[in-house]
Design a protein around this ligand. Structure first.
Ligand SMILES: [Zn+2]
Length: 64
């Protein structure tokens, strides 16, 4: 099942829900249980780059 993004106009809650395509317009807000608005109408792919976390670091040990 596809995942849709929703926003509740009543309380402003944004959430994602995995629903059937036929039921995507029947999703309610988990907070106030009012009808939420479907945000995603078209697939938009955002490219994300995951930077590798390098374990680096040099330490200066000061003797004292
Ligand atoms: Zn709400």
């Amino acid at each position: 099942m596809p995942m849709y993004e929703y926003k509740c106009d009543a309380c402003g809650e944004e959430f994602e829900a995995i629903v059937r395509t036929t039921e995507k317009d029947k999703v309610k807000c988990p907070k106030c249980e009012k009808k939420a608005r479907n945000l995603v109408s078209a697939f938009s792919v955002r490219g994300g780059y995951f930077g590798s976390t390098g374990l680096g670091g040099g330490g200066c040990f000061g003797g004292g």
